[in-house]
Write a new protein. Sequence first.
Lengths: 428, 172
Amino acid sequence: MSAFYVLGLLVLLFAGVPVAVSLILVGVTGVWLAGVPLAILGQRMAFGLDNFTLIAVPMFLLMGNLMNASGVTQRIFDFAVAMVGHWRAGLAQVNVLGSLVFSGMSGSALADAAGLGTVEIRAMTKKGYTPAFAAAMTAVSATVGPVIPPSTVAVLFAFIADVSVGRLFLAGVVPGLMMVVVQMAIVHWRGKSMVLPVFPRATGAQRLRATWVALPALVVPFFMMGGMRSGIFTATEVAAVGALYALILAGFYHRSTSRAELTGAFRDTALSTGGIMLIVASANVFAWILARERIPQEITQAVVAMNLSPWVLLVFLNILLLLLGMILDTAGILILVTPVVVPAVVAVGIDPVHFGMVMIVNMMIGLVTPPVGMALFVVSNISGAPIAAVARECIPFIIGFLVVLLLITFIPQLVLWLPDLVYGKALK
Amino acid sequence: MPKWLSPLLKFDGRVGQLEEWLCILLVAAMAIVINLQIAARYVFDKPFIWPEEVSRLILIWMAFIGAAALIRRGGDIAVDTFVDMLPPSRRRAMLTIRDLVMVAVYSLVAWQGWSLAGNVAGMPLVATEWPTALLAWPVVLGGVLIVLHVMVRRASVWSGLPDLGRTPQEKT
């Protein structure tokens, strides 16, 4: 029977039925076949969202959208120019560093690509980079956003898998920095074959000044992690304070923000939240079947019975997730896959925080892989370069990210070292 | 374009505008309420118990109204890859089926939300003592709004207008 439900879900999804509708349809069918009152549908949809942790999602989205509207992006850009602008293919390196800084204030890759990305692509094409390369750089560098804290993807995983948001946030720091190093190395190598202007090397005083000007942005991730670790704020509260801070920056400090940009930031927040939360609510209907048919338990038993080593399981899941990442967006994969596989992952002795970060990095690769690389669509729209050309420029970076994925999969300490250091070892 | 369609499109657009304004207000309200909660705890040294409950209520309203607004703009989260590979006539058929399924499912959602609101009538929430039905009404509203948007979208496609039910990125 459980195979019937899973198969039904896959057929609906592949037929193009929206994720939320597919989940409800299969869920309701199960409820009806079991002869249970349909009232479960209403209850599960309404009460499934009645959770304080989930509120962190719109608040982090709002913070990122407001930061984008606040004009702080220009300061981050100038800061990155002062630091790495004189390197070979300087503007491409600026793109990488700028996205890293911005990712410390924003939880979503697509917002990064659309906001800071517009500044970056414009600057790069003006300096003689091809639109396809500029767009690819922007899409690729934006994928670091959800790996580096704060991250809406991490909040969702922490909510579904019931792990600490703070630990999962910190788990992303080392993998995120690894992704940055890989990008910088590839840009350095690619830059050999391009004749491009670089910026003059900034003096110490100029660098200090650029750092000072960008300071309101640079300190954000440290304050957020500090506030959460010390117990002053919950993750949700930190997100709301961050949104307020971004609003103050936008409204009083930078003054260049128009009213339309501000209302746009609020509106986009609610629309993205609606898309994600509709799936969360629908998944809660589907979860009724998962629980009744004991599907996660069955999978766990099967995995344990097969006596798989954790590594084999991780490799298998990585391949599955990469394939899913090619056809489905991040929130969809996360909400569909996490509740089903995490019990099995934990049963074979993998730390769920480790698995969560592996999963997030994996899904970020999906963002720049055709056919449904959402980040590709965004940057292709901004730059006017065809998707196929952008995707081709992404290939070396995708290979680099796959190497990072392999490393963090097989060396859990890369992921767990920092959260263990700050929070102490997780209780088993 | 048939005569009856243009007032319908206009109405749908108005409703969409209203949704988006409500969205803006809800996001702002959520940020205010949570920051108030923090301020109450640290500044006034007198923790409130209502903000958490209110912010959870706001999330549910935001989720369903935001989802309706997103679907009106063609932002349904779906796997389009395989449908896009089909020849145009088959593809149109699949998209029609998709919209019919959506109308059926969200009508059911609205109906079940309605009966939930009835079932919990008279029950107060813990902190605010507001009616628990406030958790159920957004489900009804969201379901009705989505049904409206999908029906208008289908009606306009049948009248020869382009299908907006694609993800926004793919429209270009």
